[in-house]
Each structure stands twice: as structure tokens, then as C-alpha cells.
Design a protein around this ligand. Structure first.
Ligand code: MGD
Ligand code: MGD
Ligand code: SF4
Length: 814
């Protein structure tokens, strides 16, 4: 009791300090109650117009992360030269001084051998200051290899919006005014983006709108929806296309947006082509072309045959949407799109947003408003030496842009990352061998499908540094561990979020003093490393930092790494608070005003502001995507082949004109059906802070917040129909195997999963992540990691990894 603070210090002395949670991609503005220097409680920031004080339940788990007794508290060096799952790294503490020396020496050695491209920076979650370390620093060293986690996150989801309406980004859904919500695999009250806002509004939305959730699993949102359609994995396009077919045949499309027949006579008759000359497009392009090439045959009866869907249900949905148009929103998520043919599913689902006019409409959906930020640090002109310039000309390690990896982000061949293929490239040493990796806020040896490849690839790499709050599976193969400050409580940074018609920019700041010898990953670390490199004779990064990144208020360079961390955020956000009249939203009264409020809110979204000016080739919403055609033709020409040859090499069935429009392809599956009779349905827990919350004891105690799940267990959920065939009972220990590997967990019988599929939450199965996450740290996993059984496949047009619908599994009692 003598160690406790005095009573008067423990009461009434606290204050709420603004920061941002990056537990998931909602990036909510937060306030933390800090007393006696300790973070006690977290809540939504009332200044936020996106979510106000509303929050998801997992905000509280951040506190357990901050005070996790298993945190890495000082730099550590590996002493066991052998690497492997069965090799304890035998980490020993070293000083930051020694750690920086080691890294600087490795970088300089690579540069001296003109092999700077063999350096790579991997990142997972990031703040809006990431450009410095991720992009600029990597280029200054002379490497093209800044590799983000985006292609294991949700890039395929963006293909529909980009190739139809020019938005390479996520949408916000105007739930407050929606009349019809159709969600393909999205579970907005538990996962997806801006959960805090949607969870607080969902109940009201149910009173106003018809809500239909399409998911093989009864999600939290499905449980509260008017209708749940337990779709067979991979068959979403059949439903979306049949709804579109009915909308045309029955004249239900939203004519003020799409256009109409010149004489208003509907000529769409199932199976019959239509002469395009009769139709006048309005803000859309290519509806008749799409009908003639594909849609005319996608009748509800066709969908019944291909996906077992009820034709009358399809007609009822189409009519409901038609009646509600344009206050219609079609959500698409990772589930249906992070699949082998995910690009075309994304197009098929998003097409409905155009057809019913929901795009940019009241009650529909729209992208982010722009925020006046300096999100890029100054140009590198004058700082890149010959070694760096030569290094930057090398091919990137992930093989993006090769024939089989178009990765067409923003319309460019090789424009996007192919995260999970890095492990294959490293193993094949093609295009070359990586020798030095710095990875922060990421754990690809756990989070990427077919993790065994990452383990081998990392084990073969000369030097790996992991910048992390906790030892994780990636760290197990690292040579150097660098303790990271926690992003929400100990770091300068910030994030952008959208929802409720607003865009917000919110700050992260050290709300508590770092308790240990940690450094901030995106600011302090590159600062200290640049300084050390300069001391050893390579001074370009240090000059760049001191000459270019100065305090916008004083014009001075930072005096140390801590001040530099704050300056990076001041630099990025200056236009929000320095008196610039940007006209885009609130005006803040100086830096301290921003620090204290913690949030800047934009003006509300202007409905229909993009109608007639979409950033597509035609300026219209493209049902026939000229934008995709241009990108695919560009990629084909680069390789001297036809578009059909690209599609063949990339595992799509489409040929000819189908390549440029939403269409149906039979899902591709890995594994022989006789040997692996069931399909895996991966899902996120409501308590997942991505892969990072599993060393929190609350995660396990409260796990039954997920429909069908059990507290303190990692369960695979079987429909009782399947369980009977397999002779499984609740609580049986089971082994689930796929062509990629096997895991063990516990069986749970549950009607909320489609027969023939097994739903299992991603998150557990950590074998090296701390006392709660692992049964025996470094040796025995707690539960099973789905990524050990998900096979390594891609939606190659986006470069995304496939997580859904392709992995066949079999189950045995363990
Ligand atoms: P995480 O696994 O969430 O990130 O995967 P990754 O980007 O690899 O966390 C990475 C590591 O960061 C943790 O191991 C922890 O040690 C460290 N860490 C935690 N907090 C901090 C911090 O504040 N600072 C720093 N520097 N380090 C910290 C995420 C990825 O996983 C994503 S985004 C998605 S959407 C995918 N989801 C998913 C899924 O739904 N199912 C399956 N099967 N796999 C998935 N993988 C993907
Ligand atoms: P997931 O949450 O991964 O995707 O959020 P979403 O894009 O919404 O959910 C995938 C869903 O697809 C699951 O409900 C699964 O049952 C379903 N599904 C699987 N196969 C199919 C199929 O063939 N068809 C259909 N229709 N559905 C299918 C992702 C987003 O979530 C991202 S990218 C991140 S990084 C954030 N992470 C995160 C988190 O870690 N935890 C929580 N609770 N929320 C999160 N929000 C963010
Ligand atoms: Fe917001 Fe996601 Fe954090 Fe929850 S976990 S508070 S939804 S950022």
C-alpha cells in the first residue's frame, strides 16, 4: 500500500488528452483519461463529427497493450545464429547506440557494394507521417523496396470503385439517410471501417431501411438484419449480377443517374440484345454494352442454377432497391473481394451502386473529401546520390508489374504492392536476394497466408530488424528487435477517417511518458539512424531531415529526436491550423488548439458533387470500364501479349470484352474436393485489433461477443448438419488441414454457418507473442492461425492475396 500514490493524487487530478486509435482501419479520434501519468480510460473524442463519443468495444484493449508485461522494453540482439521455429533466438539486451551502429554499418556496407536495393522496409499499420521513413528514407538509402501490408489488407476491394468511378479508396456510407442497405460480406457493427459510428447508428438505420446481409456466416450485423443470405463462398457475383438483370428487365434502375431509352420504352428482355442507339447514357457509360455481352443471360434462374439462390428472393431485393433508389447503399468488403477473382466481384457488387444511383447520393455512398494536408514530405531533389539513383532503378522485390502480377493500382501496371509474394521472391532470390530488412508495425509471418513461406524466407535473410511493441512471430526470425512506442499513447502521429458525411484528421501524441526505452517508429528511428549514418560518412538523409523538415512555426530544425517527432506532425498538419484559408472545413486556432482538440473536421460531403466528373476515362460511372481496358491494354502491351493472354496467365476465365465489365466466373478452389470436402470461411473477431490484441487477457475472456464463439476458446464453427456427418460434438479437439498445412482448435456446432463451410476467426494461433497469446511462448500456439492453412493465391489484377473461398479443408479429431 505504501507504493500507491497518495489519495489526493489519485482523485480529481486526471485530464482527458486527445489521440487516435489505430486498432483497426476506423482510426477513431479518442480521448484518454490520464491520472498521475497513467492512462486509465479511453473514450471517443467528442470533437469528432464522424463518431463523437461513440466507440467500439476494442478501444479498451489498447490499455492492456500499453501496459502489457511482455512488451519489448529495450533493443535486443539475437545470439543464436540458427533460425527456425525450433530455434530459440536467445535475444540479449543491447543499447540503442549499438543497435543503430549495427544498422548503419549494414546500410553503408550495402551501399559500398552498390547493392542498396537489397535493403527493404516493410510496414503494416502507419500514421499520416509515414512518408518520411517508408518512402523518402528508403529512396535516400537507394532502395525501391518499401513494401506495405496493403495487399494482405483490402486492395481488391478498391478495384470496383476505382475502375467504375475513379476512386482508389474506401467509401463512406450515408447510413443516416439510407433506405436500402445490401452488404456483401461486410459486418459494420463489428468490423470494416468506422465501426464506432456505424455501430451507434445501426439500430436507427434498421428502423428506416431494409437491411440485407450476404455472408456465409451469421455475422453480428446479419443477426440484426432484416434478411441474411448465407451465400456459398465465392458466389456473390451471381447474386449481384442477377439483381442487376432484374433491375433492367423490370425498369427499376435509377434513370436520373444512369440514363434511359430515348423514347422511355424499356427494351431489356432476358436473353435479347439491345441496340445501343436507342439508349441515352446520362452519368453512366456502357450499360447496353454490359447488357449485351453479359447481363442479359444472368437471370434469377441462372443464379439459382449457379449459386443455389432463390429467384423470388432476388426479385424482391431488386424491387426493394428500385423502390428505395437512390437512397441505396451496397457495401462490399474483403470477404467477397479478397478472392482469386476478387476484382470482378468488386466490379459486380459496386455496379449496383451505379445502377440504383446510390453513388454520391443522399442515403448512398461516397468517397472521402480532401483534407488540406502536407501528406508528402519535400522532394528529394539534390539528395539522391549515384548509388541511390542506381538502386532505385532495380526491379522491386515483390515482382509487381510482371505478366502474372498486373497489380493495377490506380490504373498503372505494377502500380500496387504484392505483399505476400515477397516471401516467394525472397525464397527464389528473384529478382535478387534481400539482405537487410527493417520491418515495423507488421507481422507478416503471422498475417500473410501460407505463413510457412515467410518463416523460411526470413530464416534465409542475412539481417532482419523488427520494430515492435512485442516479440511476435516475425521477431522470432529477426536479428535485432527495436522496441517501439505504442502508436496510441506514446507516439506523435495521426490519421484520417471518414464517416457520417465528414472527413476528420486526428492527432496522436504521447499521452503518457514512455515507460521504457522505446522509440517512435516513423520519426525518432529514422532521425537517429540518419544521424548515425552521417557520423559514418553517408549524410544525405541527415541533411534532408535538417534542411527540409523544419518546424513550420519557427523555421528551425529539430534539436533532438523527440522534438523531431512532433515536428513531423506539425509539418503534415500545418494547413489545418496555421491560418491558411483552405475553405475545406473547420479553422483551428494554431497548433496548440489542434493538439488540445485533437480533431479537425471537414465540411459535410456535397451530394452528387462527382456526378458528371468522375475520374474515369469517360468521366462517367463505367459499367463497361474503359479505365480498366486502358490499364489492361497497357499491361499487355508492356509484355507484348494480348489482353486475353494476360487474363490466362493471371487465372481469370474472361476473354474478349468480358474482361472490362462485371461478369461471373466459377470460383477457383485449392485442394481435391474428395480429400478436402469443406470450405474455410475466415472472419475477424469483434475484438481483433488486427493481429495485435491477442496478448490481452480480455480478448479471451470476452471472446463470446462474436456470434457463435466461446470465451477462452478458439473454435471452428460447424453447421450441425455437417457435424453429424463428421461425428463431431461441441468441445471436440480437432485438426483442420488444407493443402497448405494444419492447425488444431475446438469444434463448435452452430446453425449460423452455411452447411459445407467452416467459419473460424482469424487472430488466435500465436506461438510467439506473449504469455496470453501463446500456450507456451515460442513453442505451443494457443488455438490455430488460419493463415497456416490458407493457401497462397492472388487476385492478380489487384495484387491482393486471396483469403476467402479458395481453401478447401478437412477435419479430423485431434
Ligand atoms: P498486425 O499483425 O496487426 O499487422 O497484419 P500486419 O500488418 O502484419 O501487427 C503487427 C505487429 O505490430 C504485432 O505483431 C505487434 O508486435 C506490433 N505492434 C503492435 N502495436 C504496435 C505499435 O503501436 N507500434 C509498432 N511499431 N508495432 C506494434 C495486419 C493485416 O492482417 C491486415 S491489415 C488485414 S486486414 C488482414 N486481416 C486478416 C484476416 O482477416 N484474416 C486472415 N486470415 N489474415 C489476415 N491478415 C491481414
Ligand atoms: P472482414 O472484416 O475481414 O472484411 O473489413 P471487411 O472488409 O469488412 O470480413 C470478411 C467477411 O467476409 C466476414 O464476415 C466473412 O464471414 C465474410 N466472407 C468470407 N467469405 C465470403 C464470401 O465468399 N462472400 C461473402 N459475401 N462474405 C464472405 C476489413 C477491415 O476491417 C480491415 S481491412 C481492417 S485492417 C480492419 N481490421 C479490423 C480488425 O482487426 N478487427 C475488427 N473488429 N474490425 C476491423 N476493421 C477493419
Ligand atoms: Fe475505432 Fe477501430 Fe479503435 Fe475501435 S478499434 S476505437 S473502431 S479505430
Amino acid at each position: 500500500a505504501e507504493d500507491l500514490p497518495r489519495i489526493d493524487l489519485r482523485t480529481g487530478t486526471g485530464e482527458w488528452i486527445a489521440t487516435t486509435c489505430q486498432g483497426c482501419t476506423s482510426w477513431c479520434a479518442k480521448q484518454v483519461y490520464v491520472m498521475d501519468g497513467r492512462a486509465i480510460k479511453v473514450r471517443g473524442n467528442p470533437h469528432s463529427k464522424v463518431h463523437g463519443i461513440a466507440s467500439c468495444p476494442r478501444q479498451h484493449l489498447n490499455l492492456q497493450q500499453l501496459y502489457d508485461t511482455d512488451r519489448v522494453v529495450e533493443p535486443m540482439i539475437r545470439t543464436n545464429p540458427n533460425k527456425g521455429r525450433d530455434q530459440d533466438p536467445q535475444f540479449k539486451p543491447i543499447s540503442w547506440d549499438q543497435a543503430l551502429d549495427l544498422l548503419a554499418d549494414k546500410i553503408i556496407a550495402l551501399r559500398q557494394r552498390n547493392e542498396s536495393h537489397k535493403y527493404a522496409l516493410f510496414r503494416g499499420r502507419y500514421s499520416f507521417t509515414n512518408d518520411l521513413f517508408y518512402d523518402k528514407f528508403t529512396k535516400l538509402v537507394g532502395s525501391p523496396n518499401n513494401i506495405s501490408h496493403s495487399a494482405i489488407c483490402a486492395e481488391a476491394h478498391k478495384m470496383g470503385p476505382y475502375y467504375m468511378d475513379g476512386n482508389w479508396g474506401y467509401n463512406q456510407y450515408d447510413l443516416n439517410h439510407a433506405k436500402y442497405v445490401l452488404a456483401f460480406g461486410a459486418d459494420p457493427i463489428a468490423s470494416n471501417r468506422q465501426t464506432s459510428f456505424y455501430a451507434s447508428e445501426w439500430g436507427n438505420a434498421l428502423d428506416r431501411a431494409t437491411v440485407v446481409v450476404v455472408d456465409p456466416r451469421l455475422t453480428a450485423s446479419a443477426a440484426k438484419a432484416h434478411k441474411w443470405i448465407p451465400i456459398e463462398p465465392g458466389k456473390d457475383p451471381a447474386l449481384a449480377l442477377a439483381i442487376a438483370h432484374v433491375a433492367l428487365v423490370e425498369g427499376l434502375w435509377y434513370k436520373p443517374f444512369v440514363g434511359d431509352f430515348k423514347d422511355s420504352q424499356n427494351r431489356f428482355v432476358a436473353g435479347q440484345v439491345v441496340d445501343a442507339k436507342h439508349f441515352a447514357d446520362k452519368h453512366s457509360h456502357g450499360l447496353v454494352h454490359w447488357w449485351n455481352e453479359a447481363l442479359k443471360d444472368y437471370t434469377p434462374e441462372w443464379a439459382q442454377q449457379h449459386a443455389g439462390l432463390d429467384p423470388e428472393e432476388i426479385r424482391a431485393i431488386a424491387r426493394g432497391m428500385g423502390k428505395s433508389a437512390p437512397a441505396v447503399q451496397v457495401w462490399t468488403s474483403r470477404g467477397p473481394t479478397m478472392q482469386i477473382q476478387g476484382t470482378y466481384t468488386s466490379l459486380a457488387c459496386h455496379a449496383l451502386n451505379g445502377l440504383f444511383g446510390g453513388i454520391d447520393s443522399k442515403g448512398g455512398l461516397f468517397p472521402a473529401q480532401s483534407a488540406p494536408l502536407n501528406s508528402k514530405f519535400p522532394s528529394l531533389d539534390g539528395y539522391l546520390d549515384d548509388v541511390a539513383k542506381a538502386g532505385l532503378k532495380q526491379e522491386k522485390i515483390d515482382q509487381r508489374g510482371r505478366l502474372t502480377f498486373p497489380a493495377l493500382k490506380s490504373g498503372k501496371s505494377g502500380g500496387g504492392v504484392v505483399t505476400n509474394n515477397v516471401a516467394n521472391a525472397m525464397l527464389a532470390q528473384d529478382p535478387y536476394q534481400l539482405e537487410l530488412i527493417i520491418a515495423y508495425f507488421s507481422n507478416f509471418a503471422f498475417s500473410g497466408p501460407d505463413t510457412a513461406r515467410w518463416e523460411k524466407a526470413l530464416a534465409q535473410t542475412d539481417f532482419v530488424a523488427h520494430v515492435t511493441t512485442n516479440i511476435a512471430e516475425f521477431s522470432w526470425f529477426a536479428d535485432l528487435l527495436l522496441p517501439a512506442s505504442h502508436h496510441m499513447f506514446e507516439k506523435w502521429g495521426g490519421a484520417n477517417a471518414i464517416g457520417n458525411g465528414y472527413r476528420q484528421v486526428s492527432i496522436q501524441q504521447p499521452v503518457v511518458k514512455p515507460g521504457w526505452n522505446t522509440k517512435q517508429d516513423e520519426s525518432e528511428l529514422p532521425y537517429l539512424l540518419a544521424k548515425r549514418l552521417a557520423q559514418k560518412g553517408f549524410d544525405a538523409p541527415w541533411r534532408y531531415i535538417n534542411e527540409q523538415i523544419r518546424d513550420p512555426e519557427t523555421g528551425k530544425a529539430a534539436k533532438d529526436e523527440q522534438q523531431f517527432a512532433e515536428i513531423t506532425v506539425k509539418y503534415v498538419t500545418a494547413p489545418l491550423w496555421d491560418g491558411t484559408n483552405h475553405g475545406k472545413g473547420e479553422r483551428l486556432n494554431g497548433w496548440q488548439d489542434f493538439v488540445s482538440k485533437g480533431v479537425w473536421n471537414s465540411n459535410p460531403y456535397e451530394y452528387q458533387s462527382r456526378w458528371g466528373k468522375y475520374k474515369t476515362v469517360t468521366g462517367k460511372f463505367e459499367f463497361y470500364s474503359e479505365t480498366l481496358k486502358k490499364a489492361l491494354v497497357g499491361h499487355a502491351q508492356k509484355h507484348g501479349v494480348s489482353v486475353d493472354q494476360v487474363l490466362e496467365a493471371c487465372d481469370y476465365d474472361a476473354r474478349g470484352e468480358l474482361a472490362f465489365m462485371p461478369h461471373y466466373e466459377e470460383p477457383k478452389r485449392d485442394g481435391d474436393k474428395a480429400k478436402y470436402p469443406l470450405l474455410l470461411v475466415d472472419q475477424k473477431s469483434r475484438l481483433n485489433l488486427e493481429g495485435r490484441s491477442q496478448n490481452s487477457s480480455w480478448y479471451y475472456e470476452l471472446k463470446d461477443v462474436d456470434p457463435g464463439d466461446e470465451a477462452n476458446e478458439d473454435v471452428a464453427k460447424f453447421n450441425p448438419v455437417d457435424a453429424k456427418k463428421l461425428n463431431l460434438a461441441n468441445g471436440d479437439r480437432i485438426r483442420i488441414s488444407s493443402p497448405a498445412g494444419s492447425i488444431t482448435c475446438t469444434a463448435k456446432l452452430w446453425e449460423g454457418v452455411r452447411p459445407g463451410t467452416v467459419a473460424k476467426c482469424f487472430g488466435q494461433g500465436h506461438w510467439a507473442f506473449g504469455r496470453h497469446a501463446s500456450t507456451e511462448f515460442g513453442k505451443v500456439a494457443r488455438g490455430g492461425n488460419n493463415n497456416e492453412i490458407i493457401t497462397d493465391q492472388y487476385d492478380r489484377l489487384s495484387g491482393s492475396s486471396a483469403f476467402y473461398s479458395h481453401t478447401r479443408i478437412r477435419v479430423e479429431k485431434a
